[in-house]
Design a protein around this ligand. Structure first.
Ligand code: C2E
Ligand code: MG
Ligand code: MG
Length: 807
């Protein structure tokens, strides 16, 4: 619910619930002006009852209407008073000590008198700690609420009196209705009284019956009545104008605030001069008949306006509870389109028993509506690219998908493949320009009527017009990938940038799907496109969802395994070709499944662990467990020198956390483990991902003396570059190369080249995945230093391992 409709709802509730009306009103006003507020009822200028919202810095007491205060000024001047900054308070109001006494801490003040007939029967005040908080619109809104409230109070008073004449016990007001309603005219001789002991002269009979003597319309408001014209027939102002409209008229000097009154019984509509002006007429130039009024409503807003017409119909049927407020557009006589907020509240007609009268107000909210539209437009536009943003996308998708019988809707989600690199290396200005150019290319490639938005970062979405044939949607996806693939030239330097995109594509395909669902599907497809090499599009299918689900399950398993310590280390022997003995082991982690009866291999959870960052916790656990195991072996073996070194796998993400390596070194130190008794395996991909933070951790590790090597060598693209950059101790040739060794000359040649390369860099070589005697023999001939694979032993529990190195 927007702030405006929330505030409006509060007002409606306040007016509908007589119980704690003042409090409700105060809260409604606080919601409208977004500041603490007070509503006070007065009798002869004295405080009768008051409600204050939380945080209103108003002292208890009777200060409300004393002179020399803003409230007092509003009451005595019968006009709203707004103080933008108490430091600049006009001497006419402030008497030096005033601001602190009335509103400690308040810098902006707003006070609006509540008028009923000739009387000021209350005052509404709001205080904010910030200068220039309230504006003219706040003033008008509060005045309006005051008018509607007073009509409602009068009506409640009339009804309450019919049940119990409480006007003789003024200090206790059942339902919060003060006695002033029944004492119209009495303030000409106000009786001084304390707020809790108000004494009052006996009331004349007609007042208690709820009728208002004609004398209650006194001269101070007479000039304001000039603008009032009847909708039909000549107007005898002193007869037709009951206290309701007279009270309204008392505040009609505010530009943009018109009031009206409709007497169902008499069939008369009265308008204030300002109301004519709001509609672009001279007063009296327009006949406010129901048909005439309906005709000026903008055709698109007629159903909204009709709701108010319905209120009038109910009133005509005698419903004095009817009321409402609506905002719609009207076409003025001058041709201008205006936004108006129209209020209507029914009360029993004081002039005709049993009849009902509607008091209404019309506020010209055109400027606010325009401001809001502009604000909406700005808040829905991405400033970097000029495309719509997420908000705009959500709105337009809602409209698109809500259209009855809406044809198939497709959604393309794009993400630039190397944007982070561009931003990091060339700066955000270049990044922003690139985004602008991407937006331009998208705009010129999508069919007319498409929704194109930037969802944030380097993510864009395109929704082609509904009903576009699937074959064309796919063509569009390819065209977008193609157009984003072509290089960008930076205008200043002539530098060439390449920043392709990956794209996920989905469609409603004969089912009902919301925007969020489509986005989530396109996201899965996009993820897949990135995974399978980027610079392409992938269409969503249910298998992607199944994969996402299994990844989600894997994450749950891993989290619970980490939390409950349900991880296990297995060790796989590594054999030295020179001696044929087990010289090392690799620690390989497994997770117990949720039931606790199955060991899950790492390939079911390592990827998700890396994606979620859980791998850091995992690696820490492995480091601790491996060190403990090695320390145990060293301590328990009679010949510790035969205990093999233990290699641990450390992921690239862990390398970005210096505490991981710290933990390894501290743990080794604590258990008296020498650097050569452990090894660290980093995958080739880890090197590619090395960030500045990771690089310093790697260098720290290299200087510690613990041997560091590249795992799965040959599976990355450019590990060669890292061989020169870092002084590594070993490499492990990926088993995909080893698999064909001894069978294909080409495989032998490749592995020979790798081994030579490693040796040339002073690195030892381990062949992974050695499964046969033949492979082992050939690898030994080629010059590999170590071998690991099922041929020598599978990964196994620590207890089963010992015999392999003893033998
Ligand atoms: P890796 O470090 O390359 O580990 C070797 C993998 O090859 C192990 O799979 C091992 O069981 C398997 N293997 C060994 N010999 C043979 C063979 O002769 N034939 C075949 N087909 N496979 C063989 P595992 O245990 O499933 O580990 C898979 C990967 O998971 C590891 O590859 C490593 O990258 C990762 N990993 C394992 N434990 C950890 C850990 O504690 N931390 C991190 N970050 N990653 C780990
Ligand atoms: Mg490994
Ligand atoms: Mg490996």
């Amino acid at each position: 619910m927007s702030a405006v409709s929330h505030a409006r709802e509060r007002v409606r509730l306040a007016l509908a619930r007589p119980g704690d009306l003042l409090r409700e009103l105060a809260e409604a006003i606080a919601a409208v002006v977004e500041a603490p507020a007070m509503v006070a009822l007065l009798d002869g200028g004295r405080l009768v009852r008051r409600a204050v919202t939380e945080g209103a810095p108003l002292p208890a007491g009777t200060l409300v209407a004393t002179t020399g205060t803003v409230c007092g000024e509003a009451v005595s001047g019968r006009r709203p008073v707004r103080i933008d900054d108490v430091d600049l308070i006009p001497p006419a109001i402030g008497d030096g000590g005033y601001p602190d006494a009335c509103c400690p801490g308040g810098r902006s003040l707003l006070s609006v008198p509540v008028l009923h007939g000739p009387h000021v029967v209350g005052v509404i005040s709001a205080t904010a700690p910030t200068p220039e908080w309230f504006d003219a619109m706040d003033e008008r809104a509060v005045a309006l609420v005051a008018q509607v409230a007073v009509a409602r109070l009068a009506e409640l008073q009339a009804r309450s009196e019919a049940r119990a004449p409480f006007c003789t016990a003024p200090e206790v007001h059942p339902g919060g209705i003060p006695s002033w309603i029944t004492t119209v005219g009495s303030s000409t001789s106000p009786t001084p009284a304390s707020p809790t002991h108000v004494s009052r002269p006996p009331l004349p009979e007609p007042a208690c019956a709820g009728a208002s003597p004609a004398a209650s319309i006194t001269s101070p408001i007479a000039p304001d009545l000039d603008g009032l014209r009847p909708g039909s027939g000549p107007l005898a102002a002193d007869v037709v104008l009951g206290r309701g409209l007279a009270a309204f008229a008392g505040t009609t000097s505010t530009p943009g605030l018109g009031v009206w009154e409709w007497r169902a019984g008499a069939g008369e509509v009265l308008w204030s001069a300002e109301l004519f002006r709001i509609l672009g007429y001279e007063p009296g130039e327009f006949r406010p008949t129901p048909a005439g009024c309906a005709a000026v409503v903008h055709p698109e807003d007629r159903s909204t306006a009709a709701r108010l017409a319905d209120v009038l119909r109910r009133v005509a049927d005698g419903d004095c509870e009817a009321g409402g407020t609506e905002t719609f557009r009207v076409m003025g006589a001058d041709g201008a389109l205006r936004h108006v907020q129209v209020w209507a509240v029914a009360t029993p007609d004081a002039e005709a028993r049993g009849a009902v009268v509607v008091h209404g107000a019309v506020v010209d909210v055109t400027q606010q509506a325009r401001d809001r539209l502009l604000l909406e437009r700005l808040s829905a536009t991405d400033p970097v690219t000029g495309l719509g943003n997420r908000l705009a996308f959500d709105r337009r998708m809602k409209e698109l998908l809500a259209a009855p019988g809406s044809p198939e809707v497709s959604l393309l989600l794009l993400d630039l493949d190397r944007f982070k690199l561009v931003n990091d290396s060339l700066g955000h200005q270049v990044g922003d320009r690139l985004l602008g150019e991407v937006a331009r290319r998208l705009r010129s490639s999508v069919p007319e009527g498409s929704i194109t938005a930037r969802m944030g970062g380097d993510e864009f979405v395109v929704v082609p017009p509904a009903g576009l044939e699937w074959v064309h949607v796919r063509r569009l996806a390819q065209a977008l990938v193609d157009t984003l693939r072509s290089p960008y030239v930076l205008p200043d330097t002539g530098e060439i940038l390449v920043c392709p995109a990956s794209l996920g594509l989905t469609s409603t395909a004969g089912r009902e799907a919301g925007a969020d669902e489509l986005l989530s599907e396109a996201d899965l497809a996009l993820y897949r496109a990135k995974d399978s090499g980027r610079d392409r599009y992938v269409v969503y299918d249910d298998a992607l969802r199944a994969r996402a689900r299994s990844r989600h399950n894997a994450e749950l398993v891993l989290r619970s395994a980490l939390e409950r310590g349900r991880l296990v280390l297995h060790y796989q022997p590594i054999v030295g070709f020179d001696t044929g003995r087990v010289v090392g082991v690799e620690a390989l982690v497994r997770a117990l499944d949720v039931a606790g009866d199955r060991l899950l291999p790492p390939d079911t959870f390592i990827e998700i662990a890396e994606d979620t960052g859980l791998v850091v916790e995992l690696d820490l656990w492995v480091i601790d467990a491996a060190i403990e195991q090695l320390a145990h072996w060293l301590a328990s073996m009679a010949t510790p020198e035969i205990v093999p070194w233990v290699a641990v796998n450390v992921s690239a993400r862990s390398m970005e956390h210096p505490r991981v390596i710290r933990r390894l070194l501290d743990g080794m130190h604590e258990h008296g483990i020498r650097p050569q008794q452990m090894k660290v395996e980093l995958t080739e991909h880890s090197f590619l991902g090395v960030l500045p933070g990771g690089e310093s951790t790697l260098r720290q590790l290299l200087t510690s003396g613990v041997p560091v090597g590249i795992d799965d060598f040959g599976t990355g693209y450019s590990a060669m570059a890292y061989l020169n950059r870092f002084d590594l101790d070993f490499m492990k040739i990926d088993r995909s190369f080893v698999a064909r060794v001894g069978q294909e000359d080409r495989a032998d040649a490749v592995v020979t080249a790798i081994v030579d390369l490693a040796h040339a860099h002073g690195m030892q070589v381990t062949a992974e995945g050695v499964e046969t005697q033949r492979q082992a023999r050939r690898l030994r001939e080629i010059g590999c230093d170590f071998a690991q694979g099922y041929h020598f032993g599978r990964p196994m529990a620590a207890a089963r391992l010992i015999p392999t190195w003893r033998g």
